[in-house]
Structure formats: structure tokens, C-alpha cells
Design a protein around this ligand. Sequence first.
Ligand code: MG
Length: 270
Amino acid sequence: MTFPAGSLRITTAELATGRNALWLPFLQHPERSGILTDFDGTLAPIVEDRQAAVPLPEVPRLLSALSARFAVVGVISGRPVSYLASRLACGPRVILAGLYGLEQRRGGDLQVHPDGHRWREAVEAVARAAEQGAPEGVDVERKGLAVALHVRRRPELIVWAEGWSTEQARSRGLVARRGRMSFEVLPPLPIDKGTLVEELATPLDAVCFFGDDSGDLPAFSALRRMREAGKATLAVGVASPEQPGDLAGAVDLLVDGPEEAVALLAGLAG
Ligand SMILES: [Mg+2]
């Protein structure tokens, strides 16, 4: 893995000994700090079959441990909450946010954005059209209030996926969003990982977010805005061979893959 000049490398040894000043606000006042993270590519290694993605084995217990120490602990993903819940058997204090925040499980209760339901039919129509018309090798993932087209098995189709998703979204009043080797179509609601990070961070003095992909960039931008407003924030990028070109410039530090991300989180859990 090569890291661009200027990005800061941190080791778990540094974290464990508290030598890295970046983490001091979190370690000194965990009761006023939040730990937020993406799922795929951050807690779970990327695999070709999306439905086979599982977090590293220690992750569920680790999230529970973090939630016993920190004020807010949450996983914010493009996946549906049902998928996250089925792979993350962690305690009810861990917030699971799916579809970029359109769905959230807090304290065991599932909440769906009140405006989400009126877009369900339009999203369903896109899913049907994709299943009927997508080229061989494109995997269509139905997520309820969103549908994603994955081209991991045929990366050359990313251009097709972009054009098709953009046109479908435009014609049905939805929005298209790029993911890691994918495009997805969602309701046109003013919600992304950034708005949710900002909401969850409101009562906190310090907040961090771990992520690897373009869908995480709004969260990193939100951290920067909050830092300018006086909050302690830390943006942790998870490097990969597929990382978007603008990831490194958006984060405070880069770790190498889910293994290092999870090791860092384990250091924070103490
Ligand atoms: Mg990810």
C-alpha cells in the first residue's frame, strides 16, 4: 500500500500508549465523545459477493465494548439496517444506521425517515428495470428504499452503471450516488453520512469517523466543519487499492485496510 505524502500514519502502539495527541480528547473524556464508522471496507473486508461480507470476527464484541465507554457509538452504512443487524450482534447501545441514515436502529427500535416511504414505489420500479435490463455480470442489490448496481465482477461496466443510474434517477425524481464499484439510486432526501454524523455529534465535544469510500466523504466534510466550529474531530481513512482519489486529502490519517482500522478501534476500547 502506498500512502500519499502528507497523510499521517498512526500505529496502534502509539494509540495504546496515548502518545498520539489526536486521540487525547477522546481518551480523556469518552463520556463526551463519539466513535462512528462505516461498515464495508472499514469493519468488513470487501468481497466479491456482497451478501457474503462479514465484519472481522472481533468487531461485534469490540463495538459493544466501545459503547460501554463512549457516549455515542454508531455504524453508518449504505447497507440496510437489517443487513447490519444480522452481521453485528452488538448491544443495543450501538446505533446502526442504514441507507446513509434513512434507516436507523437506536436502542433496539428501527426508525425509517418519515419521507422515505413515498419513494418506495419509484425505487421499486428502478429495481425491476435493473433486474430486467442490466447487462450480464451486474449485480442488482435491492435495499428497500434504495437499489444498487454492483459492477465488481465486470468493472468495465462502471460507465454504463453511471449513465443508467443517472438517467433512471432523473426520470423518476430520485438521486444517483456512486459507491465502491457501484452506483445506487435513492430518494432525493437531504440525508447522507455527513448529516447524520453532524446530528449524532451535536451533544458531543469530540467525534471521529472511519471510512473508505466516496459515500464517506460527506462525513469527513462534516467533521471539518465541526472542527472549524470548535469541536475536536478526527477523520480516519481506510486505504485500499480501490480508494477514491479524494479520500486521502479528506482525512487526518490513513490506516491500511479493515485490520488496521479495527486494531485502532480496539485501542480506543481500552
Ligand atoms: Mg465502505
